[in-house]
Design a protein around this ligand. Sequence first.
Ligand code: ADP
Ligand code: MG
Ligand code: MG
Length: 488
Amino acid sequence: MSVKEFPSLNEQQLQRLVYEVTQFGLSNGLIMYPPAPYSNYQPVLAPITIYPTPLPRDQFLKSLDIQLIYNKLYANIVSENEWLTNIIKTLSSSDKDFTGKLWDCYLKALNNGIVQDVSLSLTRSDYMYDELSNQIKQVEFNTVSVSFGGLSSKVGKTHQYLNQNGLYSNNGDNISTYYKENEIVISESDEKLATGLYTGVKYYNDKYLNGENKSIVLMIIQPNERNAFDQRAIEYQLSKNHNVITKRVELPNVLSMVKIDKNNSNKLYYQGLEVSVVYYRSAYGPSEFNQPETWDVRINLESSLSIKCPSLLTQLSGSKKIQQLLTKKDILSKFIDNDLEINKITDTFCKIYPLDESNDGLLARKLAFEKPDNFVLKPQREGGGNNIYKDDIPNFLNSIPKSEWEAYILMELIHPKIHNNIILRNGELLNDGIVSELGIFGTYLFNEKTGEILNNNVAGHLLRSKTSSSNEGGVAAGFGCVDNMYLY
Ligand code: ADP
Ligand code: MG
Ligand code: MG
């Protein structure tokens, strides 16, 4: 299949396109707060590519197809409690600062009593289209606080609007579309992630409230959240489509705002409202827990009757260490018994090594020093900006005690294609070439004890892009932007 070039516009057409992107985006909430100190609570257009970026249709369809398998896999990992907890316990001794703390929270919650067996997971499986293998390869599988599902829908709509209004065509004022209608696909992630949250609400209402729709979702957010409008988009869908109220509370303030009724099954209340689902859009990095009381939030809520999205174990199942272990066939086949499904997902795996004292680990310790340019070194962290790349790896490893090496995984680099798309950020155009990362959202509701999966859904997509010269593409961190694809 041949790929269309990006539209070739003259300077005047380009300026008009930028004007229209900006107006459409601002009108439709494709916005975020800029970084401090400029913030001042004045939102700006989210950084965005002005054109959609090409992606092979078959690879996109494949990424959607395998999301249900990935969801099931991660649900099964959590319900194999002994296997997962053994891994996390070991990992806790090399990554004391975060995995160790979350593990400690889990043990304390367990000691207090975990009364809710059902948990909810909103996930995002991330891929890059690898030029060497001509396939999508998985970057990582996220099980906590996945973001941009709200904004993603608006990016697709922006590109579609520009296309329909002839702004990608260079033939003057004749309105002609550059892309065919089915080449630009709009993500329904705002709506579908809200529906995912609703599966948890409904389960709770049916089981504990005689089916009455009167519980709320408690969204636990970070102070000074810049991506608030992404979260709001999901909240508004939940309100519009399911008539469910969401309350937002900052992580450090939670304990002063909630009550847990010990005399009534540990029900959780926020200002008198019963909480069916606790939805974390926070709590994925150690810096968020800068006061000891913040850890108590996790412990206390984990012991409440509300359904957690995610539970501590579901969050921990998304550790990079688990991703590395799953690349071993004997481990993967513990959790998925269907060969076809196993083959479908292993196709998307890169080589990932442990850095322990196993044979693979010893090989990785050699590779990290002899061929660092082929690798990225990852700690057990989320949210971007934590990895070590290529020739920084040897010095970094030498700078930390060997006892901490096991807390990292060594992953082969994927080779994404560089596209000549243009990023619009802060009113400026950046055209150094971009690389893209596809994310597929999913939602599943399951019983962590019995392993029963009550609900499993694909929930739309996200494309993020970054200038090809930067290692990481955090949109909020300022390296990247939101994008959407043109399928060929
Ligand atoms: P985080 O959980 O912090 O988002 P990721 O594993 O997604 O960590 O890594 C962050 C970024 O690093 C990715 O978005 C991607 O840009 C880059 N990256 C990670 N792994 C690879 C890889 N194997 N090949 C190329 N780039 C990668
Ligand atoms: Mg992640
Ligand atoms: Mg990531």
